[in-house]
Design a protein around this ligand. Structure first.
Ligand code: GUN
Ligand code: ZN
Length: 442
């Protein structure tokens, strides 16, 4: 008997493969089992088909709950945790008034370390098990974040922000130091355990042409590191990029010129793109991080998800905390639905779930280990409680019989509007619980 096996019983939903029709190509086990062994998924199926070899184990019983792959948040800012929900500005003023002063605090390693643990706790209590994260400009803070993720065996992608102009002096690096610090962090953390590195120029206005060139050199030297930055979020930002880089055809061309556009590059926002930019994103298989909560909060505009689909561009959902107003990916899916309503298109709950699990994993070439519940993948999953509140209980009652979920897409949709940390019954990373809901009062 293998003592490292754990057997879970629940309604289970996931996407085993890549698909352009998440509404059709999902696997749902109304009364399912999931077996984990040594931190990976060993088996999945209908509970009535539980193989003989696992029958002697005690069962962790999540009947009446919905077990899905751990969520992947494809764009958010670790040092902005404490400035979430800061009033009243659009992007450029918001950066000046709130973001830069807050990020300055992360030059203190002990402070960054404490905030890294708090940040990860926020992710886990909201069901997020992987994330692509911007640190501050400080190497030490980035180190602290990677160390905290490593302690939890979390599949984290992160990078030190690089910026050498148009920001306060104490947040400024230079092309040489940005390159040197990024190399040291790559050597220390990329493909070490479950962590990976992302080159992270904040956005074109805060990097000189020389700095982008220095990071482009690294992109060519380290072919498998990720790249993350912001693109076409706000109309004032776009006008500014035109002024700063008059010789480039369009905003994305600034990054492309420096070899920063490729598979594994993730561009936050992409609300106001030209056709040439859509075409280039599609041709390079780069990914857009759709950050609906942030886009509404900063008044940036309505991302056109239909256009992305028609253009064959990868889209991953993301919170963009601290411009995003919640760490909860289900809630973020709810905001995406509302943006699609305003754009006269529909976002199904299954498409939303795909964009924060298997779809994102596929876009980043990580689907052999995260984003799904296939045997062999890491056992990163979240258990959701449809009855987490009195309101959600009456809302979902008709979607369940005998304490089992009948209609997972309807349950998921209701949760996308109503969810918060109470929705998360438990979050598991590499088979180990990193969050459990405290006992409920009702
Ligand atoms: N553009 C450049 N930096 C940022 C940031 O921190 N947040 C958002 N939403 N957009 C940015
Ligand atoms: Zn951002």
């Amino acid at each position: 008997m293998d003592s490292h096996c754990h057997v879970f019983r629940s309604s289970i939903l996931h996407f085993p493969e890549e698909t352009s029709s998440p509404e059709q190509n999902f696997n749902f086990f109304k009364d399912g089992f999931l077996v984990t062994r040594n931190g990976k998924i060993a088996a999945i199926g209908h509970f009535s088909d539980l193989p003989e070899e696992f029958k002697s184990y005690s069962v962790v019983d999540y009947s009446g709950k919905l077990l899905v792959p751990g969520f992947i948040d494809c764009h958010l800012h670790f040092p902005q945790t404490e400035m979430i929900a800061s009033y009243g500005e659009q992007l450029l003023q918001w950066l000046q008034n709130f973001t830069f002063p807050t990020e300055t605090k992360f030059q203190d390693h002990d402070y960054a370390k404490a905030m890294a643990n708090l940040f990860l706790a926020q992710l886990f209590s909201n069901g997020t098990t992987s994330a692509m994260v911007y640190s501050s400009v400080h190497k030490q803070a980035t180190d602290a974040l990677f160390a905290a993720a490593t302690e939890q065996q979390m599949a984290l992608i992160a990078g030190k922000v690089c910026m050498d102009r148009n920001c306060p002096d104490d947040l400024r690096d230079c092309p040489t130091s940005a390159q040197k610090d990024s190399v040291e962090l790559i050597e220390k953390w990329h493909n070490k355990g479950r962590t990976k590195y992302a080159l992270t120029p904040r956005f074109a206005p805060t990097s000189s042409e020389n700095q982008l060139a220095a990071l482009g050199e690294l992109a060519q030297q380290y072919k498998d590191v990720f790249i993350q930055t912001h693109l076409s979020e706000n109309t004032h930002e776009i006008a500014w990029v035109k002024e700063l880089f008059p010789q480039h055809q369009h905003y994305l061309d600034v990054y492309d010129h420096h070899h920063l556009v490729r598979k594994g590059s993730v561009f936050g926002h992409c609300i106001h793109l030209h056709q040439d930019e859509w075409d280039l994103l599609a041709a390079t298989q780069a990914t857009i991080a759709f950050c609906p909560s942030s886009n509404l909060f900063l008044g940036s505009g309505l991302f056109n998800l239909d256009k992305a689909k028609q253009s064959n561009v990868n889209v991953a959902l993301a919170t963009d905390v601290g411009a995003g107003t919640s760490f909860n990916m289900l809630r973020t899916m709810g905001d995406a639905y509302k943006i699609c309503q305003l754009n006269h298109c529909k976002l199904s709950a299954l498409s939303g779930l795909y964009m924060m699990t298997q779809g994102t994993a596929k876009a980043l070439d990580l689907d052999d280990s995260i984003g799904n519940l296939n045997p062999g993948s890491h056992a990163d999953f979240v258990v959701l409680d449809p009855k987490f509140s009195n309101l959600s209980e009456i809302r979902t009652a008709s979607l369940m019989t005998d304490n089992t979920i009948n209609l997972p897409s309807d349950v998921l949709f209701a949760l996308s509007m109503l969810a918060d940390e109470r929705t998360t019954e438990a979050t598991y990373i590499a088979g180990k619980a990193v969050f459990k809901q405290p006992a409920r009062s009702h």
